[in-house]
Design a binder for this molecule. Structure first.
Ligand SMILES: Nc1ncnc2c1ncn2[C@@H]1O[C@H](COP(=O)(O)OP(=O)(O)OP(=O)(O)O)[C@@H](O)[C@H]1O
Ligand SMILES: [Mg+2]
Length: 251
C-alpha cells in the first residue's frame, strides 16, 4: 500500500485574466520507506502539489490518499489530526513562532498532543541536535540565522516521527555541507522508520539520496528511477531542472 498516493489530481487557480494550471492531472505514489525527490522550475506547481499532499489545499479533481484512505472522506477535525499526527510538513518559509525558543518551536506538535512540556522539550532537543542545533535550544527565531530557522522547522516536522514527510526546499537556505546532512537525516528517517517522503528541491545532492526523481513542469509530472540503469539521466534531469530554475530566477 502506498503511504501517499495522488490520483489524477488537478488544482487550478483563477488568475486576473487566465486560469493557472498549477497542478494538472498528476498521479504519483510514495511507498513506506521511500524518498522521492521532486524537481522543477519556479512556478511549476511544486509547492501547490505539496499543499495538496498535506491536505492543506483541496484538489479541484482527483483524489489524495494516505495509507490507502481517501482524505476527501475526512471531517475537518479528522483532517487536522491527520496533519498533526501523520504528516511532517517542512514549508518553504519556516513560519516559526516569534519570541518562542527554538526548542519549544520544535516541540509544537507534541504540546498540541498534550505531551508534558518537559517531555516535549526533551524530544525536541534530540531532533534539534540531529539537525546540528543542539547548541541553540534557547534561541528565539530572531536570534537564529536563516539556515538555523530552516533547521528548526525540519526538527519541528520530524519531532513526532510522522509516517509521511513533505518537505519544500528544506535545504534552500543551507550550504552544501549542512544541506547534505539534512538530506542524509531525511533519508535515514525514511529507511530506518519506514516514513515516506516527498521532497521538493533544487539541490542536486537530493538526487543522490532519493530512491526516485520526479520532475514537474507546467503542473505535469515526469518520472525516472534514480536506482535504475537510467540513473545518470535522472541526475542529469535533476541538474537540468535546477539549471532551468536558476535561469528563470535571473532578471
Ligand atoms: N493562491 C494562488 N492563487 C493564484 N495562483 C497561484 C496561487 N498559488 C500559486 N499560484 C500559481 O500557481 C503556479 C504554481 O505555484 P507554486 O507555488 O506551486 O510553484 P513552485 O513550483 O513551488 O515555484 P517555486 O520554485 O518558485 O517555489 C504559479 O504560477 C503561481 O503563480
Ligand atoms: Mg514553491
Amino acid at each position: 500500500m502506498s503511504r501517499l498516493e495522488l490520483r489524477k489530481v488537478v488544482k487550478h487557480y483563477r488568475g486576473s485574466d487566465e486560469m493557472v494550471r498549477a497542478v494538472d492531472d498528476v498521479s504519483l505514489r510514495v511507498a513506506p520507506g521511500e524518498l522521492v525527490a521532486l524537481y522543477g522550475p519556479s512556478g511549476a506547481g511544486k509547492s501547490t502539489l505539496l499543499l495538496l499532499a498535506a491536505a492543506i489545499e483541496r484538489p479541484d479533481a482527483g483524489d489524495v490518499r494516505f495509507d490507502g484512505r481517501s482524505l476527501a472522506a475526512l471531517s475537518p477535525g479528522e483532517l487536522a489530526l491527520h496533519q498533526r499526527r501523520n504528516v511532517g510538513f517542512v514549508t518553504q518559509d519556516p513560519h516559526l513562532l516569534p519570541g518562542v525558543p527554538a526548542v519549544e518551536n520544535a516541540a509544537l506538535k507534541l504540546l498540541a498532543d498534550r505531551v508534558s512540556l518537559r517531555e516535549a522539550r526533551r524530544h525536541a532537543g534530540v531532533w534539534l541536535d540531529r539537525v546540528g542545533l543542539g547548541h541553540r535550544l534557547g534561541h528565539e527565531p530572531a536570534r537564529l540565522s536563516g539556515g538555523e530557522r530552516q533547521r528548526v522547522a525540519i526538527a519541528r516536522a520530524l519531532v513526532n516521527e510522522p509516517a509521511l514527510v513533505l518537505a519544500d526546499e528544506p535545504t534552500g537556505n543551507l550550504d552544501s555541507r549542512a544541506g547534505g546532512e539534512v538530506l542524509a537525516l531525511l533519508a535515514s528517517v525514511c529507511r530506518e522508520r519506514g516514513a515516506g517522503a516527498l521532497l521538493v528541491t533544487h539541490d542536486p545532492q537530493a538526487a543522490d539520496v532519493a530512491d526516485r526523481v520526479l520532475v514537474l513542469r507546467d503542473g505535469r509530472v515526469g518520472a525516472r528511477d534514480a536506482g535504475s540503469a537510467d540513473a545518470p539521466s535522472a541526475a542529469a534531469d535533476a541538474q537540468a531542472a535546477a539549471a532551468a530554475t536558476a535561469r528563470s530566477a535571473l532578471p
